[in-house]
Design a protein around this ligand. Structure first.
Ligand SMILES: C[S@@+](CC[C@H](N)C(=O)[O-])C[C@H]1O[C@@H](n2cnc3c(N)ncnc32)[C@H](O)[C@@H]1O
Length: 220
């Protein structure tokens, strides 16, 4: 086994900046603090996020995930996060929704070591989470979960991502897809294969970032 790596230090102002951008309850803050601690412990032995993003991980990853909360309708109970990696946005949303009754966040992650990490965090923090250690294609084929909300962040370009989202989208549901500066080009490309009903919401954490809120999807 490789020895643990020394990680760069967190920027002390970054946590406060993140929580100012996306305020949460004290209970959620405490769960997020513990999640970040577990994330850093595991990051020392495996890659859960880009090493360069560690000093500002609260704004880059935690706030970036929390900003989805206001886009989630009150009726939403069942969530699917595709390609959760180290837990963004799925585990962060689970930390924020843990006190609400009847919520369940399903995390789909094909890399077994990452899936094991997600499961460990969920068990340690008693989060309403089910981890599916498998490929999205297999998860979708099983039709095991019909979510109200599907999320994905830095997973795949929109033309591919919409293919993952399509089987999970219902009339009442929507998908929240975090996208970067290429969003317009990806939408143009995706519209060759898909008729997309979507809104673009500016990101709070990145000037060029957008959250694509997909409300309807049909094959073109
Ligand atoms: C770039 S990472 C992003 C992780 C996380 N969403 C984030 O924002 O930090 C993409 C993750 O999706 C997983 N992944 C990629 N393709 C997948 C697939 N077809 N099925 C399941 N997981 C997949 C990878 O193992 C990886 O952990």
């Amino acid at each position: 086994m490789k020895p643990p790596r020394t990680l760069p230090a967190l920027d002390p102002a970054d946590r406060a900046a993140a929580l100012a951008l996306t305020p949460v309850s004290r209970e959620t803050e405490a769960r997020l603090d513990r999640f970040v601690q577990l994330l850093l412990e595991r990051q020392a032995v495996m890659n859960l996020m880009a090493p360069g993003s560690i000093p500002t991980l609260w704004t880059r990853h935690v706030a970036d995930s929390l900003q989805l909360l206001p886009l989630i309708p009150e009726h939403a109970r069942t969530f699917v996060d595709l390609g959760s990696g180290g837990g963004f946005p799925g585990l962060v949303l689970a930390c924020a929704l843990a006190d609400r009754p009847d919520r369940m966040i399903h995390l789909v992650e094909a890399t077994q070591k990452k899936a094991a990490f997600l499961r460990d965090v969920a068990a340690t923090l008693n989060l309403p989470v089910t981890v599916h250690p498998e490929r999205i294609e297999d998860f979708n084929r099983r039709k095991a979960v019909i979510p109200d909300i599907t999320t994905a962040r830095t997973l795949a370009p929109l033309p591919v991502l919409l293919g993952y989202v399509y089987p999970l989208l219902t009339k009442r549901g929507c998908a929240l897809l975090a996208k970067g500066q290429d969003v317009e080009a990806e939408l143009t490309q995706a519209s060759k294969s898909w008729k997309i009903t979507a809104d673009l919401v500016p990101s709070k954490t990145s000037p060029e970032g957008r959250i694509v809120v997909v409300r309807g999807l049909e094959r073109a």
